[in-house]
Ligand binder design. Structure first.
Ligand code: FAD
Length: 473
């Protein structure tokens, strides 16, 4: 039996359940479809990654067909033109994909074809983890306790693949026009990243050989190399969480002294599972406040401050460093994501959805579930969110998590000659220290666009409306 193997967010050959199943039935016709109907459309940074990831997949899987359009039309057409009698794929959990895949499945079944989907991107399906009353979890710790009690499946080996290439071969990856030009803002990104399955495994091995040691504590330090940077690889399914888990278990066996770091790392992957669980059960997570009381929050419309934030010109170095890292590399460290998101939603009181959209477009790991859950968590309106009154102080966060100022020096070079004790608050530095370091506030580095103290008070005042609405509701 010849089947179509539809690649989506599973751009790998190892631990790929749909691929293993399809190859066991006979030859496959592998296809990737850039879904024109996807909403929201894939962001610019993600498109860059996708281009390179597809190239890498096609290098190892010759004959991969690449198309652009609506999969609900293209897949049935492909079954007809090739005579394939089955279509297999791995599941995605965002509302658009769920609706699309359901429609496609019924269409294929109506036509007497076989259609079957598998779980490749999560350790457990979002519906498998239930509370005692059969509902979804709303608190991470309880969710993760329940999830950890379930056995994770062992990863599947890469199968022998017999590819049928329909003639004439359709479309090239370049035809998808995924790369930026005029300007090419991603020109240096291949210096930072290696999209594709081989790059993902290399990144995993490097992390397990080094960064994992001390991860529990040092994962909060953007100036150090103790995080995995696996997020874009996970987002595009170049490595599976089960593969990572199984590697972690092996490492724990070999080096039991790392068990606390390993547990912490597993629980971060647990947040990824939790976010997908939330999105599956609350499909409006990307659009609506999870806590409805926040519908009353007096968000501000302030385009000028928004642009200053996007460009990393807020006058708060730790915030600016994060936003410039994002723009220049397509990635921001988690601690800094929290601080920049807090600054936008609380210091500037700009809606979290505005920040979510910016991240969606600029992050290489932009993910429907993790991004929406992350923003709602920081804004205070999400599931198990940080208490609203805990407003990150961008100066203290910098001093605590970038104590020598190395992270700020890297991304805000105009401040690099300032002493470590001044670098997180240049506006508090004595004039002589600024002059000696060549920092001219308002000229080569901005004055703060808001005062921390006043912004904090205004945010807390805004929160009063949420409290009132929650109380009345
Ligand atoms: P590591 O610390 O090495 O963690 C390993 C993996 O665990 C990550 O690759 C990721 O898959 C998962 N993970 C870690 N922390 C979280 C978390 N808090 N929530 C969910 N999964 C997590 N992550 C995304 O993958 N895509 C996003 O679009 C995204 N948007 C975010 C927006 C905001 C406002 C915030 C606060 C967080 C967001 N995160 C997002 C979560 C987190 O910041 C990143 O997953 C992490 O920084 C990726 O870096 P890493 O791979 O080096 O992390």
């Amino acid at each position: 039996m010849t089947s179509i193997l539809w690649f989506r967010q599973d751009l790998r050959l190892s631990d790929n359940p749909a691929l293993v199943y399809a190859t066991a039935q006979g030859p496959i016709i592998p296809v990737y479809i850039f879904d024109d109907t996807q909403s929201p459309a894939l962001g610019g940074a993600s498109q860059w990654w996708l281009h390179h990831s597809l190239k890498s997949l096609r290098d190892t899987l010759k004959g991969l067909i690449v198309l652009r359009g609506d999969p609900v039309h293209l897949i049935p057409e492909l079954t007809q033109s090739t005579g394939a009698s089955a279509v297999f794929w791995n599941r995605c959990y965002d509302p658009h994909a769920i609706k699309r895949d359901k429609a496609l499945k019924s269409l294929l079944l109506e036509r007497g074809l076989i259609a079957r989907s598998f779980n490749a991107s999560l350790i457990h399906e979002p519906w498998q983890i239930e509370t005692q009353t059969g509902g979804p979890y709303k608190v991470f710790s309880a969710f993760w306790r329940a999830a950890s009690q379930r056995q994770a499946n062992v990863p599947l080996a890469r199968p022998l693949i017999d590819v049928v290439t329909p003639d004439p071969q359709q479309g090239t990856i370049d035809d998808l026009s995924l790369l930026p030009h005029n300007p090419d803002w991603a020109a240096t990104w291949l210096d930072y990243w290696s999209p594709g399955e081989a790059g993902a495994l290399e990144r995993l091995n490097i992390f397990l050989a080094g960064g994992i040691e001390g991860y529990g504590e040092l994962r909060n330090r953007p100036d150090l190399g103790n995080v995995s940077r696996l997020s874009p690889h996970l987002r595009f399914g170049e490595v599976s969480p089960r593969e990572i888990f199984s590697n972690l278990q092996r490492l724990e066996h070999q080096r039991p002294e790392l068990s606390r770091d390993i547990e912490k790392f597993k629980s971060e992957l647990g947040w990824r599972e939790f976010s997908h669980h939330l999105l599956f059960h609350f499909p409006d997570l990307q659009k609506q406040n999870w806590r409805a009381g926040f519908d009353a929050y007096p968000w501000r419309n302030d385009p000028e401050s928004l642009v200053a934030w996007q460009k990393g010109q807020t006058g708060y170095p730790f915030v600016d460093a994060g936003l410039r890292e994002l723009w220049q590399t397509g990635y921001v460290h988690n601690r800094v994501r929290m601080v920049v998101a807090s600054f936008l939603t609380k210091h500037l009181r700009i809606h979290w959805r505005t920040g979510e959209s910016w991240f969606w477009d600029t992050l290489l790991d932009a993910d429907t579930a993790n991004n929406a859950a992350g923003w709602q968590w920081v804004a205070g309106c999400g599931a198990d969110a940080a208490p609203y009154f805990r407003i990150f102080n961008p100066i203290e966060q910098g001093r605590k998590f970038d104590p020598n100022g190395a992270y700020v020096r890297k991304w805000c070079p105009e401040l690099s000659a300032l002493d470590s004790d001044l670098i997180h608050a240049p506006f508090e530095a004595p004039p002589l220290a600024l002059e000696t370091a060549g920092v001219r506030l308002g000229k080569n580095y901005p004055h703060p666009i808001v005062s921390h103290k006043a912004a904090r008070e205004a945010a807390l005042k805004g929160y009063e409306t949420v409290k009132r609405a929650t109380h009345q509701g």
